[in-house]
Design a protein around this ligand. Structure first.
Ligand SMILES: [Zn+2]
Length: 85
């Protein structure tokens, strides 16, 4: 099991999957849910389409970032690029 990114505890358990099919984990020490290496990954087209749809639904960016496991910074940059099209 991966260590918790927040508290570095080894007490992590599998906790279902996110929409993109990646394994999600739950830290039993601090309660944090996380996905292995969610940042700096290439965001694939289905995920981008999901993000586009969530943005249209006026879901708050923090909610989208949590739902599709991208960083809020990445999402902010993505929205900025969309607006420049
Ligand atoms: Zn933790």
């Amino acid at each position: 099991m991966p260590h918790c990114p927040d508290c570095d505890s080894e007490r992590t358990v599998k906790n279902g999957h996110i929409q993109t099919g990646k394994q999600r984990y739950l830290c039993r020490n601090c309660g944090r849910q996380f996905v292995k290496n969610p940042t700096n990954k290439v965001i694939d087209t289905p995920t981008r389409e999901l993000i586009d749809w969530l943005l249209l639904e006026r879901i708050p960016m923090a909610g989208i970032a949590g739902a599709v496991q991208v960083s809020e910074q990445w999402l902010q940059d993505y929205v900025t690029r969309l607006c420049q099209r």
